[in-house]
Design a protein around this ligand. Structure first.
Ligand SMILES: [Zn+2]
Length: 96
């Protein structure tokens, strides 16, 4: 499986999903839906390493969208400033 940032792993779920991170995923983080609960009850979890779980909880990294393939990452988030890096999900064709 290819990721938007060009890495590929035989078992992508075993690795931290944060762009640029190559640590093993040992934690899970709930993705916030941009449009609010469109999946109707399904859990939207992203697998991350312990370090990135802390960073996500502190708000320095934000993730939106639908796990695992349609995630938008914002790295280096600080109050009152745009994120340092943004990783958009791959382009999707469809009514949305
Ligand atoms: Zn990580």
């Amino acid at each position: 499986m290819r990721t938007p940032w060009g890495r590929s792993h035989p078992h992508p779920d075993d690795w931290c999903q944060v762009p640029g991170c190559s640590r093993k995923a040992t934690r899970e983080y709930h993705v916030l839906y941009e449009c609010g609960g469109e999946d109707g009850g399904g859990e939207n979890l992203v697998r991350v390493c312990a370090t990135h779980l802390l960073i996500l909880r502190r708000g320095w990294v934000r993730v939106r969208g639908r796990a695992p393939g349609q995630l938008r990452w914002e790295l280096g988030v600080r109050k009152g400033r745009p994120p340092l890096q943004v990783f958009e999900p791959p382009a999707r064709r469809g009514p949305t």
